[in-house]
Write a protein that binds this ligand. Structure first.
Ligand code: NAP
Length: 290
């Protein structure tokens, strides 16, 4: 199967290398032509324009800086896209997947959007996760190629925007967890406790944290927040301890103070006996918000 790849940045170059390693005939295009050289040396064919690259292939992969750039390249390829399949692996707000899908399908091509969940050196490995959205039969047709980019390539929705939302959800969760971890690390370090010793000795309780995701997911999906244990009212004293300890040590209290406000507001609203997952309502859409 002939493949074209538009975009040879850090990630695009890794995608190209994986496609060549899997034995696919590959045509590459990049704005700065110098980046094509190592791939041409490895067997890829260079194209002079996005349109020329597209004309050389059945399957067109796009991996560039952002959705606006991807859209510009797809418009540049224009009618040449007809009858082909575009797999856009560019990150961005979810609406950009819809814009690109409308553009591509309007030109008579199929469209999938992919969200790469790994760093460039892991591309091509059996554990690399890539989420795909778009017509299931299009994913099925190209699944072997997509699996050569990430062994755990998974179709998650017929809506091309969903992979981007999956990617955002991961980052959203990651930053929340990491900020909590780093605040705790600052507190422990101030007390002279090696963080590595803590993570080793506290491993059983830390390892239990992800099990809350599944528990909370069920509560949120059912909108049932009653809980026999760990109710919101029990969290407040622990948060106050963290704030007091941090304050006494001169550690930043913004993060636990923010958490305290969420919990205190929920208690005032009468949710003290509910699960911590009740706080999803704080983050949810409010009247007046877009
Ligand atoms: N790197 C990662 O580990 C990673 C992981 C997951 C997802 N991603 C996603 O993959 C995409 C590419 O990331 P990257 O790390 O490869 O970025 P990068 O190294 O900065 O490469 C950006 C690419 O976009 C091209 N580009 C930028 N502006 C352009 C324009 N106006 N017209 C045409 N081409 C333009 C660049 O061309 P030039 O070479 O000419 O500048 C280059 O090919 C992003 O959406 C990123 O979020 C990356």
């Amino acid at each position: 199967m002939t493949i074209a790849l538009l975009g040879l940045g850090e990630m695009g170059s890794a995608l190209a290398a994986a496609l060549l390693a899997a034995g696919h005939p590959l045509t590459v295009w990049n704005r700065s032509s110098g980046k094509t050289e190592p791939l041409v040396a490895a067997g890829a064919r260079p194209a002079q324009s996005p349109e020329a690259a597209v004309r050389a292939a059945e399957l067109v992969l796009v991996n560039v800086q952002d959705g606006a750039v991807a859209e510009k390249l797809l418009r540049a390829a224009g009618p040449a896209l007809a009858g082909r399949t575009v797999v856009n692996l560019t990150d961005g707000p979810s609406e950009q997947a819809g814009v690109a899908a409308d553009l591509v399908t309007g030109l008579g091509a199929d469209y999938l959007h992919g969200q790469i969940m790994t760093i460039a050196p892991a591309i091509g490995s059996p554990d690399a996760v890539i989420f795909f959205g778009g017509p299931r039969q299009v994913f099925d047709r190209y699944e072997p190629v997509l699996r050569s980019l990430g062994g755990r390539a998974t179709h998650v929705s017929t809506d091309p925007a969903v992979p981007l939302l999956y990617g955002m959800a991961f980052h959203d969760i990651m930053w929340g967890l990491l900020n909590g971890f780093l605040h705790a690390a600052a507190l422990l370090r101030d007390a002279g406790i090696p963080i590595g010793r803590y993570t080793e000795q506290a491993d059983p309780s830390l390892a239990a944290l992800p099990s809350l995701f599944g528990l909370f997911a069920g509560e949120i999906d059912r909108a049932e927040f009653a809980t026999p244990f760990g109710a919101l009212k029990h969290h407040l004293p622990s948060i106050d301890d963290v704030i007091a300890e941090s304050e006494a040590r001169g550690i930043d209290i913004a993060l636990p103070t923010y958490t305290r406000r969420l919990v205190a507001d929920a208690l005032v609203a009468g949710h003290g006996d509910d699960s911590y997952s009740r706080l999803v309502e704080h983050f949810g859409r409010r009247p007046g918000r877009a």
